[in-house]
Design a protein around this ligand. Structure first.
Ligand code: BGC
Length: 442
């Protein structure tokens, strides 16, 4: 049975043994360099224009909004004199555009509505926006494209900070807004939490509904911009989910063809929570068509809607406790083993890809040679922390050790609760006061 499953995966281009981590790392690094040089078909490598070396003022509250892949969250945040964050007035809503298509106006209204009462109590706003957006030196951002299947097409091309600010102004609470990507916020949260440790550099990595990475790059290497202080450094939003050089299996291509943005963000579609269930569903259906299940199970699998990512991961962790979306299947023991052997490699591959992605950012930071000052990698996201299948997080950590230890790079994986919210608060509190134009230092 096992050989059948393995053979079927191999025949369709999904073989772990064919994946060479070092070769993947080189591809990642090349795409990062090409992106910094301005190649349109490379990784976006978006300069974040936030500073990380300014002290966070104590006892000043900032309004924060976090527009993520699944949730929209708002809160008031302040830091005490020891830098400890305090979160109040926390509220969570569904992310606008995830439950049917919205116009640009409806989208911005849906953001401004819950934020307004908090904005009224603050002098500034930190806006964590978890999508690919070109940030301007004054920290507004133009949405380049939606990911995670959000449906609000008219918002693409608009300035998201200004869009929210205009609606707040109509409600009588016009406030300056600092927009930043969630990975940049996660990086900043790592910095604000790690003051006692003296890290040499910071990486923010997210693996939740979507995936992405931010790290600190020397301005001299950001060759697509000629307006930066060549001696400074800046956080870069890699948009690593759009990495296009990871080898796709036939299943990845079939699944990608079912998504609204086919051809885009193929790396994210191989590792992030919004997609792993759908990818597993594709594999199971193809296996059913190829006769790998008993006829009754094959029929049921073919009629099944794609499992949710959580359900698939739960099944792969404990195939005897089938979650709801698998409940309709009355699988024989052989079918169960087959489904397990077919879907577990999705997670073993995702763990390797995630590690390559993190390692690429750590290596690019150029830091970590000194054990006194490791690189802090702040990781956020439900897929990373909650996927029990294939011992996911420890598998990522094992690959990372292989990739970085052999290079003599010291790093530490850290976790900061509510990192996107904390990081957005830091950005909202530290940006204003003194303009830093085009040459922020980090
Ligand atoms: C977005 C990124 C974001 C990541 C994690 C991706 O789909 O393009 O901007 O950082 O998800 O939320």
């Amino acid at each position: 049975m096992l050989r059948h499953a393995e053979q079927f995966l191999v025949d369709n281009g999904l073989r772990m043994a064919d994946l060479d981590p070092e070769a993947l790392l080189r591809l990642f690094d090349d795409e990062m360099t090409r992106g910094l040089d301005g190649a349109a078909d490379a990784l976006p490598m978006i300069p974040a224009f936030v500073t990380i070396d300014r002290p966070v003022p104590a006892d000043t509250r900032v309004a924060v909004m976090d527009a993520g892949g699944t949730n929209l969250r708002v809160a008031m945040v302040g830091f005490d004199v020891h830098g400890k964050p305090h979160i109040e007035d926390y509220a969570r809503y569904r992310m606008p555009g995830t439950q049917g298509e919205l116009s640009a106006d409806a989208f911005y209204e849906a953001l401004a509505e819950p934020l307004a009462p908090l904005a009224a109590k603050a002098a500034s706003i930190g806006f964590c926006f978890s999508y690919q957006a070109e940030v301007t030196p004054d920290c507004d951002a133009r949405l380049r494209c939606w990911t995670k299947q959000v449906q609000a097409p008219a918002v693409v091309g608009t300035m998201v900070g200004s869009g929210v600010r205009a609606r707040l102004a109509r409600r009588g609470c016009d406030r300056p807004i600092t927009v930043l990507n969630d990975t940049v916020a996660t990086l900043l949260a790592g910095k604000s939490a790690g003051v006692a440790r003296r890290y040499a550099s910071y990486v923010g990595f997210i693996l939740g509904t979507g995936t992405n990475t931010a790290y600190v790059e020397r301005n001299a290497n950001i060759r697509k911009r000629n307006d930066l202080d060549p001696h400074g450094a800046m956080a870069i939003n890699v948009e690593s989910g759009s990495f296009a050089k990871a080898p796709q299996s036939r299943f990845d291509k079939l699944f990608d063809a079912t998504t609204a943005d086919c051809g885009a963000y193929t790396f994210e579609k191989m590792i992030a929570g919004a997609y792993l269930g759908g990818l597993g569903g594709t594999i199971l259906k193809e296996a059913a068509k190829a006769g790998l299940f008993t006829p009754a199970t094959a029929q049921a699998v073919l009629a099944l809607p794609p499992p949710g990512s959580k359900d698939l991961a739960l099944f792969c962790h404990n195939p005897w406790l089938p979650p709801e979306s698998f409940g309709v299947l009355s699988m024989t023991e052989e079918d169960r083993r087959m489904a397990l052997e077919l879907c577990t490699p999705i997670y073993t591959r995702a763990a390797l890809f995630a590690a390559v992605n993190i390692a690429a950012a750590v290596i690019r930071s150029g830091a970590g040679a000194d054990p006194l000052h490791p690189v802090a990698v702040n990781i956020d996201g439900s897929t990373y922390y909650r996927t029990a299948a294939a011992s996911f997080a420890s598998r990522v950590q094992g690959h990372l050790r292989d990739l970085l230890a052999r290079r003599g790079i010291h790093y530490e994986l850290i976790f900061v609760d509510e990192a996107p919210i904390i990081g957005a608060a830091v950005a909202g509190l530290t940006r204003r006061g003194k303009p830093y134009g085009h040459t922020p230092s980090m």
